[in-house]
Design a protein around this ligand. Sequence first.
Ligand code: SAM
Ligand code: SF4
Length: 337
Amino acid sequence: MPPGSAPLIDPYARAISYLRVSVTDRCDFRCVYCMAEDMTFLPKAEMLSLEEMDRLCSAFVRMGVRKLRLTGGEPLVRRNVMQLIRNLGRHLKTGALEELTLTTNGSQLTKHAEGLAEAGVKRINVSLDTLDPAKFEKLTRWGKLDVVLDGLQAAKRAGLAVKINAVALKGQNEDEIDRLIEWSGAEGFDLVFIEVMPMGEIGDAARLDQYLPLSLLRARIQQNWTLAETGYRTGGPARYFDVKETGQRLGFITPLTHNFCESCNRVRLTCTGTLYMCLGQDDAADLRSPLRASDDDALLDGAIREAVARKPKGHDFVIDRRHSGPAVPRHMSVTGG
Ligand code: SAM
Ligand code: SF4
């Protein structure tokens, strides 16, 4: 085995094979469950350059990471991000990386879908919680539904497989669940519902008002749709079913009603080079200092291994009357979900 390439194994014997990278915490939307309208972002001066991000990602790939997901904030609003994506594509060509993908709000896909496919991206996650233009504007505060729908068509034309992520929001999109399943099925997209997670202060919107347990949602869906259990996994926490009527998959990500930490294979890097070992815990490691301290990767490798050695067993998200504040102070946009 080449030096520095021993796999990353955490204290609970979980191999770290998946790195999520938030390339910017900035965004062209202000979704009500994700951000406050008036956000303070990480200082620009502290952000890693795209070259530094490449070096960090490549170190993880050398240590056995097989799947890289770029996220944000909105990854496609970071200047020259396509250059980073094209460069990272070299690890697909050597076979070191199995998958390079991203999670996006879809606003820039018309411009970039083709380039993503050319860089070796095969599938993307696009977040879309509603098909109602007025509701979309209300939920995203700054977004336009038709721009995202055009972006989705561009992704299709470029041959990208699309998975739609929809956060289930009490009283906001629960009446659209059947429509979302039907529409995704007709478009050939898989669909995943996500439980809202208590991350970051979001201003007036209260978590308890947004929280819709997916156990409840699934029971409702099963009244209208035939769901067949499947063992399909994407390396993520979603549990998938085949929807008999549409022929597409439907997934559920349930951090609150069913905690999935025992199979966690991932760590998360922010755009300032901070590594979070768990989405729901505060502990983090600074990788920017060792990265900048030397051109050689020895210090960086040591810091990565030390961080993985303290990956916690799991998160403790709860939303109920006694716990309606954030479980962690940072917003989802810092680590990108
Ligand atoms: N901007 C991109 C997007 O929206 O797809 C990528 C980053 S966004 C933070 C990643 C995912 O996290 C999106 O699917 C979004 O809906 C979800 N998300 C944001 N805040 C959340 C929260 N508090 N609970 C659950 N999911 C959340
Ligand atoms: Fe932006 Fe994505 Fe957060 Fe919405 S969910 S505000 S699109 S980062």
